[in-house]
Structures are given as C-alpha cells and as structure tokens.
Design a protein around this ligand. Structure first.
Ligand SMILES: N[C@@H](CCC(=O)N[C@@H](CS)C(=O)NCC(=O)O)C(=O)O
Length: 217
C-alpha cells in the first residue's frame, strides 16, 4: 500500500481526508502543495489544479468527499465514516454536501474577497455570501441535536466536512451568540483528536490568512 495525499495544512478541503486518515491511523505520505514542482505534479494529475488529491499506487482519486469514501472502501480502519445502511449513508452524504455547498462555499467567497485588491472588492458577492451563511447557520441550529455529531451518535464524513467549514466560517462570519448549538457543535468537533491535530498542523500558516486570523481556536 502506498498512499500519497497532495494537500496543504491550511487548506480547508484538505482537512476532510486528513481527519479521515488520522481517525483510522492510516499511513500515508504528505505531498505538500507549496512549491512550483508540487503544483506542476498536481496539474499533471488534475488539470483543474484543486486539492486534496490522493494517489494510491497508480490510481488517482479526486475530490475530498470521494477520497474519504475511497479510503473507507480500500483502506478501512476502526472508524468507518460512512454508515453501512444505505439511507443512513445518504443522510451523511447530504450533510457533507450541506457543509461544502452552503457553509464552505460562502466562507471561501468571503476569504477570496479579502484577497482582492482594494477597489475590486465584490460587495454584492460578500452580502450574498453573508446572507447564505446566516441561513445555513440558522438551519443547522434547528437541525443539530445537543451533544451529538452532525448525523447522530457516530462521528462521520459529515463531521470531517463540518469541522473545516465551521472553523473558517466562524472566522469570517462569526456565529456570535445567535447560534449556540452550532457554536457548541463547532467546539465539540474541534476537540476531536483527529481534528485538533489538523488545526495544530495548520497553526504555523495562520499568518497567511487574508486580513489576519483571529487570536483564538
Ligand atoms: N470540491 C473540491 C474543492 C477543492 C478546493 O477548492 N480546494 C482548494 C483548497 S481548500 C484549492 O485547491 N485551492 C487552490 C486553488 O484554487 O488554486 C473538493 O472537495 O476537493
């Protein structure tokens, strides 16, 4: 078995497979996508040039959620991240899509806007991303059960997605005191050892966060 993950410790979508790998103590090599050579390698494998990307021997697996499912099928460990029951698995995939599409996507829009030169900021895009986050936070507030993971009593793929989504979303659009269940869930998921590990590995890169990272977490 020879697994290589193309990733960067500060990149939110990379946290999803990293958490899955750490949950199951799955051995892998970390190919940090930082220098030109690593970017060129990534591009040769996936011209879209987005990561994470997993190589398993000669096989390439792309997209964070697909990588987590692939790991579960081909390199299973003690923590299955997708339920065996088909309907329960659908619920987990749904929450994974929710976190990616309605938390991570607007979060990334806010981060990207901070990277734009002054005068080229997208005020409408920012307002729409903030509105989407408010709706998503509100929906999640009603959906989460106190003390539970995103989909109940088991830690799943949905939590691998929820952790980075809410970690960074709260930095750019704070939950404040309007969404106490979401805030409690964020704390719970960040305290999970596999997640705490990715948070710690990303710590040295916080100075890169556009506009400055808040002094917490
Ligand atoms: N849908 C993709 C999203 C991947 C993605 O947006 N990755 C970001 C890092 S978090 C990236 O590759 N950024 C590099 C770039 O856009 O140049 C997934 O789930 O893997």
């Amino acid at each position: 078995m020879s697994l290589t993950l193309y990733a960067h410790p500060f990149a939110s979508y990379c946290w999803k497979p990293l958490v899955a790998l750490y949950e199951n103590a799955t051995p892998f090599s970390y190919r940090l996508v930082g220098d030109a050579a690593a970017w060129a390698e990534l591009e040769s494998l996936w011209p879209i040039k987005k990561f994470p990307l997993l190589r398993d021997g000669g096989t390439t697996i792309i997209e964070s959620s697909i990588i987590v499912e692939y790991l579960g099928r081909h390199h299973p460990g003690n923590t299955p991240l997708l339920p065996v029951n088909d309907d329960a698995a659908l619920a987990v995939r749904f929450m994974d899509r929710f976190f990616d599409n309605y938390v991570s996507t607007p979060m990334q829009a806010l981060v990207s806007d901070r990277l734009r030169p002054a005068g080229q900021r997208d005020a409408m895009g920012v307002a729409s991303a903030r509105a989407m986050l408010d709706v998503a936070y509100g929906w999640l507030e009603a959906r989460l059960s106190p003390g539970a993971w995103a989909c109940g009593s088991d830690f799943t793929l949905a939590d691998c997605s929820g952790a980075p989504a809410l970690f960074y979303a709260d930095w750019v659009h704070p939950l404040g005191d309007r969404f106490p269940r979401v805030l409690a869930y964020r704390s719970k998921v960040l305290a999970r050892p596999s997640v705490a590990r990715v948070v710690d590995e990303a710590r040295p890169f916080r100075a890169l966060f556009p506009g400055g990272a808040p002094d917490r977490d």
